[in-house]
Design a binder for this molecule. Structure first.
Ligand code: NAD
Ligand code: DAU
Length: 354
């Protein structure tokens, strides 16, 4: 049986990728390696945890001895690497954590794959794959026009994006130096079920539900390109199975929105769902101190992925956002679990003096 190691599979995007691979490839064994940080949650995978081709491993990718031992024991055929510290605001408070997991953790996985697969430079390895799931934030920020393509130079601004840019460079370096069969994709902002409520959309859903203020950084004019998380998982599936070694694909929804407009739309949907009169939730909008080094605009050109591999997003934003709201309103236990305990301290520290 083929074995794929997915790292970070208990997180937001990782759980959708694990679900898709477990369900679509019953003859492949899917290993989910996750440290279960504050962002990792096995509740995200309850519907597939009993499947025969699914196996969970709790562990830290920063621990090289553990990672090497796991590769020696299991002899994986492929890695899809998503485990990361993923929140920009937390990276501003604690950059070292991001260096450890995002850079050292990635290099540990690259070393373990290299030692296990023994690639030979100049010889194409077709039966193995190391796929790094990365972000459009490595490209930095755009002005009013233009889009990020696969040829855009890296120009990261936050400790988070600097750590992801570094890990991308290591992945390519292992391809060029050792012949490791690597692939990278860089995706725009995801939204959907299981999104941790430190990020803009789920944070505001939770706050609207609880009649708390909606903290919009600066003037709310920053632009993000939103993609429904299941469409990202579908793109990862397509890239994983079809990309050439050494290639990169940009993934995005061609769906740019100013933050303030996202939140106004969300307020409208929530008013309808909660039976509140239109305009009620918008009154909760509060403009707060801007994020340090806040990138103005992201926009992904995903033409290469669409033309070469035939992927395209399946959902319009309005439809995806409504689906997302429905999910949060019917999964109250999940929301309550993840917003209790440490989340309350995080929220107070991030937002009280803002
Ligand atoms: P997330 O924070 O929801 O999940 C990260 C997962 O990694 C968690 O389950 C966590 O427990 C695990 N993890 C963290 N440190 C670990 C360690 N040291 N060892 C093992 N596991 C560890 O993140 P996400 O939003 O699902 O993002 C997943 C990946 O996709 C990240 O690499 C991120 O950079 C990338 N990405 C995210 C987005 C987005 O919009 N969220 C967009 C593009 C790319
Ligand atoms: O672009 C891909 C990236 O998208 C991923 O690589 C990251 O892992 C992911 O977290 C996301 O980063 P952002 O910083 O864009 O997402 P976030 O939800 O934190 O913020 C979205 C926008 O909303 C951003 O312009 C900052 C703003 N914002 C965010 C929060 C948490 C607010 O105005 N208020 C808030 O409270």
């Amino acid at each position: 049986m083929k074995k794929i190691l997915i790292t970070g599979g208990a997180g937001f995007i990782g759980s959708h990728v694990v679900r898709l691979f477990v369900n679509n490839y019953p003859d492949t064994k899917i290993y989910n390696l996750d440290k279960l940080t504050y962002a990792g949650n096995l509740m995200n995978l309850q519907d597939i945890e009993d499947k025969e081709n699914y196996h969970f491993v709790k562990g830290d990718i920063v621990d090289a001895a553990f990672v090497n031992e796991l590769f020696d024991r299991e002899q994986f055929d492929a890695v899809i690497h998503l485990a990361a510290e993923s929140h920009v605001d937390r990276s501003i408070e604690n950059p070292l954590e991001f260096v450890m997991t995002n850079i050292i953790g990635t290099v540990n996985l690259l070393n373990a794959a290299k030692n296990s697969w023994k690639p030979v430079l100049g010889t194409e390895m077709t039966d193995k794959r190391f796929y790094h799931v990365s972000t459009d934030e490595v490209y930095g920020t755009l002005g009013e026009t233009g889009m990020f393509t696969e040829e855009t130079s890296y120009d990261p601004h936050s400790p988070y994006s600097a750590s992801k840019a570094s890990s991308d460079h290591f992945v390519r370096a292992y391809g060029d130096t050792y012949g490791l069969p690597v692939v990278i994709s860089n995706c725009s902002n995801n939204y959907g079920p299981f999104h941790f409520p430190e990020k803009l959309i789920p944070l505001c859903i939770n706050n609207i539900k609880n009649n708390r203020s909606l903290p919009i950084y600066g003037k709310g004019e920053n632009i993000r390109d939103w993609l429904f998380v299941v469409d990202h998982a579908r793109a990862i599936d397509v890239v994983f199975h079809n990309a050439k070694n050494g290639s990169t694909y940009n993934i995005g929804g061609h769906n740019e929105w100013k933050n303030i407009d996202v939140i106004r739309l969300l307020c409208k949907i929530m008013d309808k769902k909660l039976g509140r009169s239109e305009g009620t939730s918008e009154q909760l909008i509060t403009f707060v101190k801007d994020r340090a080094g806040h990138d103005l605009r992201y926009a992904i050109d995903s033409t290469k992925l669409q033309n070469e591999l035939g992927w395209k997003p399946s959902l319009q934003f309005e439809e995806g956002l409504e689906k997302t709201v429905d999910w949060y309103l019917t999964n109250e236990e999940w929301l309550e679990t993840v917003t209790s305990g440490a989340y309350k301290d995080y929220y107070k520290q991030q937002y009280t003096a803002r």
